[in-house]
Write a protein that binds this ligand. Structure first.
Ligand code: FCB
Length: 449
């Protein structure tokens, strides 16, 4: 795909986006912070999992990662230099509340306090994700997301962080991609905690949604701010298309378990009948207690959508990937983002959407032109603008991600960053895509003639 000709055109269609449209960049704590055992932080399930032989490619760990914990001011300067108005980051639960219960660890919370202040003084709005997969190991030892108590622990933790930062942070996302946690973490065992237990995975879905609802309800009750706070959750609703007419059922099933099982309890207060019926046939049950669905469907101010690709499946459910792909083999399907947004807006009107992650792994061999990433970002931003033009209430777009980082079970191999990171020196270098994004945002900010 890479050509010698540089194509640095800005995305088209974006003048149609409103002036308040948010432009951002996203990261997550575990993938960049390092400092795994510093200032009172205890292990998360990802610290444990990455030490299991064979669990992470190359045996990589995130003990050091991008050393962001020590280089935070430098990284905030990179964020500000992009000209984004929003930085979405996550808080490491085992740093703030070691072990997942009990009192706050002041040194851990101080880090995020400093980060928030640094962002605000650089003119960047902090957007917090309370939990991006790094569950305290002690909670996993007590059953993890398969246990109802973890939902209550999460709400307690959310309140600790909210109590300290709500005066400066407006937007609060509870969880990132609960589907991945349940599916990869509890059913397939390819992510932490590495369990292969479908019954536990089903329970993990419900308990994560409950955790979200309880945390939102309690944070909203604690919010004293004029104009209030914005509360949401980030999902990864992967659209799934049938490869042939015979594959229709398989595609619908994938979407029932990948999209509707999350959106419908959150936005309509019930699980889809097809999901309940299928689980029932297989002898699984969602551990729903009276009142849970009211908690889960507590009003949402924003739905975070992480979009990477649209999947196409055969009748047996296996994916067909015969078009352009990224270095991870993920299909490049920008028009699928427009379709998804239009569909979400049609099925769930009245819920503002922000693209909280979108990006691609492309090999560093493609530098310095970085044309594939530029093309990818441009096409997806255009897809967002096209959805907006069709009336979708989409209010922001955040690129994944600031830095080449610890890409979960893939280790440091796949590079999603706008900035590369020298693993030996930690030196950050902007890729062409970073400069392109910066120039695009600058052009939007410039007064029109
Ligand atoms: C998403 C995760 C994020 C990152 C990207 C590539 O599923 O939320 O942390 O790994 O994929």
């Amino acid at each position: 795909m890479t050509t010698d000709a540089h194509d640095l055109r800005p995305p088209s269609g974006t003048p149609g986006l409103p002036s308040g449209f948010r432009w951002g960049v996203s990261t997550s704590a575990f993938q960049i912070e390092g400092a795994a055992a510093e200032d009172g932080r205890t292990p998360s399930i990802w610290d444990t999992f990455s030490r299991v032989p064979g669990a992470v490619t190359g045996g990589d760990t995130a003990d050091v990662a991008c050393d962001h914990y020590h280089r935070m001011p430098e990284d905030v300067a990179l964020v500000a230099g992009l000209g984004v108005d929003t930085y979405r980051f996550s808080v490491a639960w085992p740093r703030v509340q070691p072990g997942g219960r009990g009192p706050v660890n002041a040194r851990g919370l101080d880090f995020y306090d400093r980060l928030v202040d640094a962002l605000l003084s650089a003119g960047v709005d902090p957007w917090i994700t309370l939990h991006h997969w790094d569950l305290p190991q002690e909670l996993e030892d007590a059953g993890g997301w398969a246990e109802r108590g973890t939902a209550h622990r999460f709400a307690d933790y959310a309140l600790l962080v909210f109590g300290r930062l709500h005066d400066r942070v407006t937007t609060w996302t509870t969880l990132n991609e609960p589907w991945c946690v349940a599916t990869y973490g509890y059913a397939e065992g390819t992510h932490a905690p590495g369990r292969r237990d479908r019954a536990a995975a089903v329970r993990a879905v419900h308990h994560q949604l409950l955790a979200h609802g309880e945390a939102v309800t309690r944070m909203r009750a604690a919010s004293t701010r004029d104009g209030g706070h914005t509360f949401g959750i980030t999902l990864n609703p992967t659209p799934t298309l049938p490869h042939t007419p015979e594959a229709k059922e398989a595609a619908e099933e994938a979407e029932a378990f990948g999209i509707r099982m999350y959106l419908e309890p959150l936005l309509r207060g019930h699980y889809p009948d097809t999901v309940l019926a299928r689980l029932g046939r297989e002898g699984f049950a969602l551990p729903v207690e009276p009142g849970d669905l009211e908690v889960i469907s507590a009003p949402l101010d924003v739905l975070g959508v992480n979009y990477y690709f649209t999947e196409t499946v055969r009748a047996d459910g296996t994916p067909v990937r015969d078009g352009a792909t990224t270095a991870l083999g993920w299909p490049v399907t920008p028009s699928g983002l427009t379709d998804l947004l239009v569909r979400l807006h049609r099925d769930h009107p009245g819920v503002p959407i922000v693209i909280t992650e979108n990006g691609a792994a492309f090999a560093d061999a493609h530098l310095p032109h970085d044309q594939d990433r530029v093309d990818f970002l441009r096409a997806h931003i255009e897809a967002v603008a096209a959805a907006h033009a069709q009336g979708v209430d989409v209010r922001g777009y955040f690129a994944w991600t600031l830095l080449d980082n610890f890409e979960w079970a893939h280790g440091y191999g796949p590079t999603f960053g706008l900035f590369s990171v020298d693993r030996a020196t930690q030196e950050r270098t902007p890729k062409r895509s970073a400069l392109w994004y910066r120039d695009f945002l600058k052009s939007r900010a410039a007064p029109t003639a």
